[in-house]
Design a protein around this ligand. Structure first.
Ligand code: NAP
Length: 236
């Protein structure tokens, strides 16, 4: 190999290493989408387009709708049980109804070191039909307690699944607030968010999950009252 060829090979290697170590840029991950409902079937295909391998965790991975979702997600996608999906993933998305999430999380096996994306909303109807938070702390903090060695990142709870599937459908930029205690985990989730065409703002540790969950409450109540909006925060 000539000196020029060797130098060119080395510079390509160097560029690859720099790009892989740049903040927010990660190599392809395996992402377990727990559930196959609206959020899972919006985010799964989106994350697949970024080059990640998606494995859906379903109570019934063989049913027709799941097979169709896997086919729509891409060639490397698959479906299995929730615990098998989580076991093979670096990132686990809890796309489950809030009232089953504790049981689901505790059935996923060892989540140590995994990034756990929490889009859940634990709301309840108030006496006037408007929504209010349905837990004393927050869904995000409860999930962190059920998986103490995982890195919970609250994200995606403040918008609807149609906007997740197609951010341009919102008619303008949409900001996703995230909170979590592990900065590296938040950086990986931020890269997913910006990768699919949404904006991100890091609002601090998981103890602020209640505030982020409150943002969904005001978003929902505005819709109920006929004054819908999307969150868009302008950096200052
Ligand atoms: N829909 C939205 O626009 C939206 C937006 C932001 C946040 N969220 C939050 O994200 C979470 C998921 O919402 P979603 O709208 O995707 O819910 P969904 O459409 O009802 O889907 C939930 C999925 O969870 C799985 N699951 C596991 N155990 C279950 C059980 N016992 N009962 C029912 N489903 C069970 C099911 O998948 P299998 O049948 O394959 O097991 C189901 O498809 C919720 O916490 C919600 O508050 C929703």
């Amino acid at each position: 190999m000539s000196l020029v060829t060797r130098l060119m090979t080395f510079s390509v290697y160097l560029a690859l290493m720099v790009s892989l170590s740049a903040p927010g840029v990660a190599a392809a991950d395996t992402v377990a989408m727990i559930g196959t409902g609206r959020v899972a079937s919006a985010l799964g295909p989106q994350f697949a387009k970024l080059g990640h391998r998606i494995v859906y965790g379903s109570r019934n991975p063989g049913r027709d709708s799941v097979t169709a979702l896997v086919a729509r997600t891409g060639a490397t996608a698959s479906a299995t049980t929730p615990s098998r999906a989580a076991a093979q993933a670096e990132i686990v998305v809890l796309a489950t109804p809030w009232n089953v999430t504790e049981r689901v999380v505790k059935g996923l096996g060892d989540l140590s070191g995994k990034i756990i994306i929490d889009p859940t909303n634990a709301y309840a109807p108030g006496p006037d039909g408007l929504r209010q938070l349905g837990v004393a702390t927050s869904a995000g903090e409860l999930i962190q307690g059920w998986a103490p060695d995982g890195h919970v990142v609250k994200a995606f709870n403040t918008l609807n699944s149609a906007t997740m599937a197609d951010p341009s459908s919102a008619g303008g930029p949409v900001t996703i607030p995230i909170v979590g205690d592990n900065q590296a985990a938040k950086d990986r989730v931020a890269a997913l968010i910006t990768g699919i065409g949404l904006e991100v703002v890091d609002l601090g540790p998981i103890r602020y999950a209640r505030e982020v969950e409150g943002m969904l409450i005001v978003w929902m109540n505005a819709r109920i009252m006929g004054r819908p909006f999307e969150f868009h925060l302008r950096p200052h």
